[in-house]
Design a protein around this ligand. Structure first.
Ligand code: SER
Length: 874
């Protein structure tokens, strides 16, 4: 079976057991602040498990793109070194939300593996939870008994919390689990060592393939377990491992999921991958790292996350750089490589993840730019290292600087050291690294206390599309969150008009009145489906009902900007083309910011046209058409724009402003009719990454204010002319004239100076046995003065020339001495220091030529006198 067939088989099996097949959620998790990336198939169902939300159907299955590179589940360091860990992997899963439980989960897993995939039963082992005294949990005999239907007792193994109690993170849904392991060793080896002794022992051929989790608890922030109202099933099967087992391979990388990419790299680099299971050869590790990281980076970018210097974007950038560093160092490849494989990736995975096919050009371009820039960095870093002239040890702080500022991986620095006979001061490096980690941990420190329930209830109603006010609302729960040692208060209401930040639109502000006690809502945030009000304090009357009031004026400005964003998006597609796709957006009460894919700078003409289209739609006063909850298929049919990397449910909200113009899936707040926007004005257009442009724009009063400010400035400029006609032409003329005049002045000055020369030469005096010429000049610039003194010196050689120049508020001195005369006592730079105090200044230069500047022209003659005395002494 090919990988694609294995995947389809999974879907059809669970479809036959009454499951609905849903699409994978995006890799980047925007909904859950406790996670950066989706790390398990169950993430998108967390709220169902916790009872915050009720699903439409209770049996679900899918393949989920997961990334385990941060937080509780982090496999990054394993990748490439072994044959079965990945950064990005697919997790096949089936879920029961309060429906079937252990019995069905176990028997279906067994049926699928042995009957449909044809895996040999005598190669399978199962594990169950052995209990945990701290959590007060006993062994899962129920699961063990259920397994006895299929396997003998000696194949049922007991493991503790570390292996058989699954938790999503520090907090959240969890429960005991039962894993299925497979022994893929040869018969010989199996005869030598029993498979059951190798389960959970990191043997590359005795591995876990499927985890069945019996979700029954919620782990709270204080570490305790809370029983959930319903019991759920959450299973996760590593797709790549499953393919290896079914295809009879000894490494995930030998399956058809990876081989085409390995072959591509072989063709492209001329290096050969040894399929002989060599886990230590650097070259082979490089192949595995590259084909693994390629998928992580490409799928994450396709899901809307660009590489950047912070957060999720930084993690992606580092994974990409890790891949580059491997081909750079071990495959002798000095040119970008990853981006070349995007078309192949789209071809191989397009069937299940169409988002990559639709964006291949964009994804390839982003990756190519990242590769190029990092290859340059590597190059720069290598040069830097070669200049350092390191003897035996590279200082830890320098290694850290290379790592931190230049993105230079430490193992690369180490390797270069090895080649050049020096080593890295590892301790110093670690100390510097730790210091940085501590700094960023202190910055990010955030710990949430547990929710304190005030009123029962879990469903939260959002009424803010229709009203800015709601009376008689109740607090369901509240908690305190510590951010950098400061307390922040949060509460959840049973009903709320406050819009929680999402889809680029900022959260609402406003107030809650509990009788005569009023508290401020500073912000509104979302955690999965909970609407969280950030308030200035918990009211003393928190058990009472309250009146909720959104700050209306602010909300209206936000609505203007949000609707304008939709109008802008449609106009950009009209003017620039269909390749324009939203890459990010920020909508607040002051302005809107819209990032989109487009490869060139927009011309002023493009910008003008986009602006004009939007303003025309504003003037047409198009009414809002809102379909609050329609089946997603219907919205797709109606041609609604969907965004990459967004998670959509079965029912979606569709926002239309003229069915032939703008139709988007959107959860945000909008004007009732476009006329409310008043005016739309683009403030700037710029690049934020390769292939991504950013527009910042204003609406309503901010737009008029901006335009007025610009006009006022223009009026002021016009007023500077007696008869302003074509101002820009007038300014251009002025600038040309000024340039011409400057040139003329310059040549006049030179003329003036050379005319002086003859006159000055008549004043040469003899001091001792050489010629001395001291001249007092007015308004001569320093360039002219320099050429004058050099001319004069040549004319009187051997001699000494002193120019004392009065430039109005400034005074300058220049001493030029024939080289033949220069001595310790006759040194221009020393002498100028001595005499420049008379003009309240200082200077320096060389022994034969020195200059000084000061602010006292009145002292120039004293300076001349002082020099004369100096020379006389000599
Ligand atoms: N949540 C479990 C896991 O990730 C099963 O899906 O292993």
């Amino acid at each position: 079976m090919t990988a694609n067939e294995i995947r389809q088989q999974f879907f059809s099996f669970f479809r036959s057991k009454g499951h609905k097949i849903v699409p994978s959620a995006p890799i980047v998790n925007k909904e859950d602040p406790s996670l950066m990336f989706t790390n398990a198939g169950m993430n998108q169902f967390k709220d169902f498990f916790l009872g915050n939300k009720t699903p439409d159907v209770r049996r679900i299955a899918d393949t989920q793109k997961c990334l385990r590179v941060s937080g509780k589940h982090n496999d990054l360091e394993e990748v490439g070194i072994d044959s079965y860990h990945h950064t990005m992997f697919e997790m096949l899963g089936n879920w029961s939300i309060g429906d079937y439980f252990k019995s069905e989960a176990i028997s279906w897993a067994w049926e699928l593996l042995t009957e449909h995939y044809g895996l040999a039963a005598d190669r399978l082992f199962v594990s169950v939870f052995s209990g945990d005294a701290n959590d007060g949990l006993s062994a899962d005999e129920e699961a063990a008994d259920l397994w006895l239907r299929y396997v003998s007792k000696d194949r049922i193994l007991y493991f503790d919390r570390k292996d058989n109690f699954w938790e999503m993170g520090d907090v959240g849904p969890c429960g005991p689990c039962s894993e299925i392991h497979i022994d893929l060793r040869t018969d010989d080896e199996r005869a030598k060592t029993q498979g059951k002794d190798l389960v959970n022992a990191d043997h590359p051929l005795v591995i876990e393939i499927w985890n069945l989790v019996f979700i029954q608890f919620n782990r709270k922030a204080d570490g305790s377990l809370e029983e959930l109202p319903e019991k759920h099933i959450d299973t996760g099967m590593g797709f790549e491992r499953l393919c290896m087992a079914i295809q009879g391979k000894s490494s995930n990388y030998d399956t058809d999921l990876f081989v085409p990419f390995i072959q591509y790299i072989e063709d492209e680099t001329g290096q050969i991958y040894s399929y002989d299971y060599n886990l230590t050869a650097k070259k082979d590790i490089a192949f595995r790292v590259i084909v693994d990281h390629l998928r992580a980076v490409a799928f994450t970018i396709a899901d809307g996350q660009l590489p950047s210097n912070t957060g999720a974007g930084y993690v992606i950038r580092r994974i990409l750089r890790r891949a580059v560093r491997y081909y750079f160092s071990f495959l002798e490849r000095k040119e970008p490589l990853l981006h070349l494989m995007i078309p192949l990736l789209a071809e191989r995975f397009g069937e299940v993840f169409p988002e990559l096919v639709e964006q291949q050009e964009f994804v390839a371009k982003i990756i190519a730019e990242e590769e190029k820039s990092f290859l340059r960095t590597l190059d720069g870093g290598l040069k830097r290292l070669s200049q350092l002239n390191i003897q035996t040890k590279l200082e830890g702080t320098v290694a850290f600087e290379l790592y931190d500022t230049y993105g230079f991986p430490i193992d690369l620095t180490r390797l270069i050291g090895l080649e050049n006979g020096w080593e890295v001061d590892e301790k110093g490096f670690q100390t510097a690294l730790q210091a940085q980690k501590d700094r960023s941990r202190a910055d990010a420190q955030k710990s949430a206390g547990d929710w304190i329930v005030v009123h029962e209830g879990t469903e939260v109603a959002f009424v803010g599309y229709d009203q800015h006010h709601a009376s008689d609302v109740k607090i369901l729960k509240y908690r305190t969150v510590q951010v950098k040692e400061k307390d922040i208060y949060q509460l959840v209401l049973d009903r709320t008009p406050f819009y929680a930040e999402s889809g680029g639109q900022v959260g609402d502000q406003g107030s809650l009145a509990f009788g005569d006690e009023r508290i401020q809502v500073l912000d509104t945030q979302k955690e999965n489906d909970l609407i969280i009000h950030v308030v200035d304090r918990i009211p003393t009357q928190y058990r009472e009902v309250a009146n909720a009031q959104v700050a209306s004026g602010r909300r209206e400005l936000i609505e203007n900007n949000h609707t304008a964003t939709h109008l802008l998006h449609a106009a950009l597609r009209e003017v620039l083309g269909d390749h324009v796709a939203q890459r990010g957006s920020l909508v607040n009460d002051r302005q809107l910011r819209f990032d989109f894919s487009h490869f060139q700078k927009m011309t002023p003409e493009d910008i003008r046209r986009v602006e004009e289209i939007v303003n025309q739609k504003v003037r047409a006063n198009i009414p809002l058409e809102e379909s609050r909850s329609i089946p997603i298929a219907e919205a797709q049919q109606a041609g609604a724009t969907m965004l990459f990397g967004e998670k959509y449910g079965d029912h979606v909200r569709m926002i239309t402003f003229d069915a032939n113009y703008s139709r988007e899936l959107c959860g945000g707040c909008h004007v009732d009719a476009t006329g409310e926007i008043g005016l739309f004005k683009i403030k700037s257009e710029s690049a934020i990454a390769a292939g991504v442009r950013r527009i910042e724009a204003l609406t309503a009063r901010s737009a008029t204010t901006h335009v007025n400010e610009q006009l006022e400035e223009l009026t002021e400029i016009k007023m500077l002319f007696k008869s302003p006609v074509n101002t820009s032409k007038q300014i251009e003329d002025l600038l040309t004239t000024q340039k011409r005049l400057e040139k003329e002045i310059q040549s006049l000055k030179l003329e003036k100076v050379s005319a002086m020369k003859t006159d000055l030469l008549s004043r040469v005096e003899k001091v001792g046995d050489f010629q001395f010429l001291a001249a007092m000049l007015h308004d001569v610039d320093m360039t002219a003065a320099k050429s004058l003194s050099s001319d004069l010196e040549k004319a009187i050689e051997p001699g000494l020339v002193l120019l004392a120049i009065d430039n109005g508020a400034k005074a300058n001195l220049q001493i030029q001495i024939s080289r033949a005369l220069v001595s310790d006592h006759l040194d221009a730079s020393k002498m100028i220091k001595q005499i420049s105090r008379h003009i309240q200044g200082g200077g320096g230069g060389q022994p034969f030529f020195a200059t000084a500047g000061g602010k006292n022209p009145g002292g120039l003659s004293d300076a001349v006198q002082a020099l004369r005395e100096l020379i006389e002494k000599v």
